[in-house]
Design a protein. Sequence first.
Length: 409
Amino acid sequence: MFYLTELINLPLRNTEGRRLGRVRELVIEPEQDANLVRMVIYRHDNNQWQMPLRIAGLDHEGMTVDARQVSPVPVRTNSGHLWLRRDVLDQQIIDVNGRKVVRVNDVGLELGGSAGARELRAQQVEIGMSGAMRRMLQGVVPRAWLAPASGWVRERPIPWRTFDLVETDPARRMRLQITYDALGRLHPADAADIVEELAPAEREAVFGSLDSEVAADILGEVEPRLQRSLIEGLDAERAADILEEMEPDEAADVLAELPQEQSEQILRDMEADEREDVTDLMEYPENTAGGRMTTDFIALGEAATAAQAVAALRGFEGKVESQTMVFLLNAERQLTGMVPLARILLARPGDPLRPMAENPITVERGQEEKEVAEVFNKYNLLALPVVDEQQRMLGVITVDDVISWLSHQ
């Protein structure tokens, strides 16, 4: 294993022993091979040149390349190239296992292949003090001492194969991150912590590339100020796709933070059903029961059975994990009972729901959120229905909503 910090400024010679210059960069072409170093950039007579990398020999005294049948050319910029020193060192990456944002201190490269056809492949990035020590000691101690001198500090490598490339900004800084699938497997709260730690440019690049459902889960966990920033960085159609995956009350809260023109454009790009739910919720003041409720809930008629409740749960398109009750409504959509899911799962398929139902405790849409929190606390509730003046059910407030807004006070 060689490290990038050991190879930068290493003398570069051809197979005849003629010195070509000093190594300045190693270049990967990800579209051709994800980790193979295909090109070396070196300095000679105050100019930088590039040539295909064909290694004939490599040690701590220098790199020998087979320069036959190749002609060095002045360095040319190519958006498809990844320069290890410029584009990887010091870049922020997401360490999914550690659930945090870290910085790349070094790159580990493995020398492989047979004699006369050696090749360098990037195998890992180093995020610990070992890589930082090598960089700090570079030029201070002999090059051959760099690895041993930093060896007493435990390495913290992340395998290269777990990285994906993210879009390039105008300054040609390629950003790296752990694969999005892995980020999506984290709990949304942990993923949100990671996104919050990223620098603004990296944050937008990562968030904009996530699956809509994963992005929606993360958006629901971050602070309102950051919600606005993340949505403002997207086009209206992409923002609409993400908000459609959120609970209607959460989506309404996000849109309420945006400039009116942008909010209206996103609403126009949303599907009709989701747009209607969100628009209705935006009419209520945020600190009221109506402003805090969601319209995603499971409601059935008073004559429904356990089998029908299970079928409704299976067909539910909202967040199933937030559902704790099935609500019973009469012909006028007035709330007459609520049945805990646990009772339904223990019942026989043909059992009617009405005998299992609890008398509903409700709040009206205009009640202040402080009063709502007091009702939750008094009755130890998991879900609280919101009704209008005629006791028609409008939505439901869940206990996680209450915990969320109380934690931000």
